[in-house]
Unconditional design. Structure first.
Length: 500
């Protein structure tokens, strides 16, 4: 059995296969199909998660960590414990994944050694690596990091269609992804992907909170701060979230918050709320249309629109999406659980690719009757000098390159009579400073014949195969000497090896 974890900014969901291999969501001990992605550090040293953490934060909000996912891949310290230990986003993910592991074990009665963990489509190599490391620290080997919108399409059954081209509009609590996908016969492929790493339902809430604070200040001539009145802000946080949900079904919401004996009563209409968030919604729409154009497709080429993630339920979002597309959003779309359900299917495909038997309890299931072809979610290149003697990233495989792919470029020596070169493989965009990019590995060509002229002679080839393994090779066209670097994700670690 291979469970799938949808590690969302707002909620964690876990899915497992049933005896027939069909994915199903697991309920928590309290009967919910998810638990909130919140960690509370109690004074006793215990960590509390989910709704209990949110309730505890009503009194001591400074001990709770929310929205950790937006800081994956950074060194931002989100909490410092009483013992002085610093917690970053990856550390919070470890705690939450430990809870997910325990949920699976208690509900299925089986140990959890391997897992699939979903990630946003635009995650960088460092963010992916931290996710792998978090799984390992939680006691699980992450065998696959499928992209969230890809899994959402699988969870909505696109692979069962004979022919379908779809837009997956994935607006979650903290991130926005959009993918253009296509099912043709027994092939399911991702054509193009894009997104915004910091755009989601949480941003809608923040806009509303700021508007409420502005009104409070207008009426009472001062603005509360979290330090002065944390309970005020916890109440405001809860009521704004409830308002966003309620305005999806009704036209008005009565909000009431108090600070220092001053009570603000505010009636917010759906139209008013939509005016607050209109530019954020438009940002997601613009990104969607840009991604569609990058795929050389028009809305007329699209058969289905899957709007998934809690943020996609906001009426204005659905209205704008249907307005620009001229199409109705799929009514059979599973909004919340599709990601985790699709993660189970992706895991089953991965086992097939590895030639491993896929077992559920004591039953060995046959391999799926279709295959998945994905694309690269971020660019990979090499460090090279620009015209100003600054080391920058030179893209070899741009973002959205189909997998598998291969590309070759030829580079000049940097100095006359140079006899060695060092090739640094980077995760970064074209022209980005090499110092700002994540280095994936490096290798060298040595004992090269010296020449006074700076001719193009170092031929570098990047090949990424169907298993997402990158091989970088370099050849000196003058001497014929070669070098090679292989980079793969194995066992929750980022392994690289060079063969000179």
């Amino acid at each position: 059995m291979l469970p799938a974890i949808d590690a969302g900014t707002g909620n964690f969901k876990v899915a497992v296969p049933d005896n027939l291999g069909n994915p199903k969501l697991l309920s928590t001990e309290t009967g919910q199909l998810s638990f909130e992605s919140i960690v509370y550090f109690d004074k006793s040293g215990e960590t509390i998660i989910g709704s209990e953490a949110r309730n505890a934060a009503l009194v001591h909000s400074e001990r709770a960590v929310f929205d950790w996912k937006r800081y994956m891949g950074t060194d931002e310290i989100l909490y410092t414990g009483d013992d002085g230990k610093d917690y970053r986003a990856k550390d919070i993910l470890v705690i939450l994944m430990g809870e997910a592991k325990q949920t699976v074990a208690s509900k299925t009665g089986e140990p959890v050694n391997e897992v699939v963990v979903l990630v946003p489509a635009n995650y960088s190599d460092r963010q992916n690596q931290e996710t792998l490391d978090a799984g390992a620290e939680a006691g699980m080997s992450v065998v696959l990091l499928p992209k969230e919108p890809t899994c959402a399409a699988l969870g909505n059954g696109i692979h069962q269609r004979k022919r379908c081209t779809a837009v997956v509009f994935d607006l979650g609590a903290g991130t926005f992804d959009v993918s253009i996908v296509r099912a043709t016969g027994n092939l399911f492929e991702v054509l193009m992907t894009g997104g915004e790493g910091k755009l989601g339902g949480r941003d809608f809430n923040e806009r509303a909170r700021q508007k409420v604070l502005e009104e409070f200040e207008r009426q009472f001539k001062y603005r509360p701060t979290p330090k002065d009145d944390p309970l005020f802000f916890q109440s405001l946080w809860q009521q704004v979230e409830q308002m966003k949900i309620s305005l999806g079904a009704q036209k008005g919401f009565q909000l009431a918050v108090a600070c220092n004996g001053d009570l603000l009563k505010l009636k917010v209409t759906r139209e008013q709320f939509e005016s607050w968030i209109a530019d954020l919604v438009d940002k997601a729409i613009v990104r969607t249309e840009k991604t569609l154009a990058e795929a050389n497709l028009a809305w007329s080429n699209i058969d289905e629109i899957y709007a998934v993630g809690g943020g996609s339920l906001v009426p204005l979002v659905r209205q704008r999406l249907e307005q620009v597309s001229g199409k109705k959003i799929s009514q059979r779309c599973e909004v919340y659980g599709a990601h985790a359900l699709g993660g189970v299917i992706a895991g089953r495909l991965e086992y097939q690719r590895q030639g491993k038997a896929y077992r559920v309890h004591d039953v060995t299931l046959p391999p799926p009757d279709f295959c998945l072809r994905d694309i690269m979610s971020h660019p990979i290149g090499v460090a090279a000098l620009d015209g100003k003697e600054t080391e920058v990233c030179c893209e070899m495989l741009p973002k959205n390159t189909p997998i598998p792919s291969q590309h070759t470029r030829t580079f000049m020596m940097t100095e006359p009579d140079q006899t060695a070169v060092r090739i640094r493989v980077l995760d970064g965009h074209e022209g980005a400073l090499a110092s700002d990019c994540l280095e994936l590995g490096q290798f060298e060509l040595v004992d090269l014949p010296a020449r006074p002229d700076l001719i193009g002679r170092i031929e570098i080839t990047f090949h990424i195969d169907a298993n997402a393994m990158l091989t970088a090779t370099a050849r000196d066209t003058v001497s014929g000497k070669t070098g090679e670097l292989q980079i793969a994700y194995k066992g929750g670690r980022h392994d690289g090896n060079a063969d000179e």
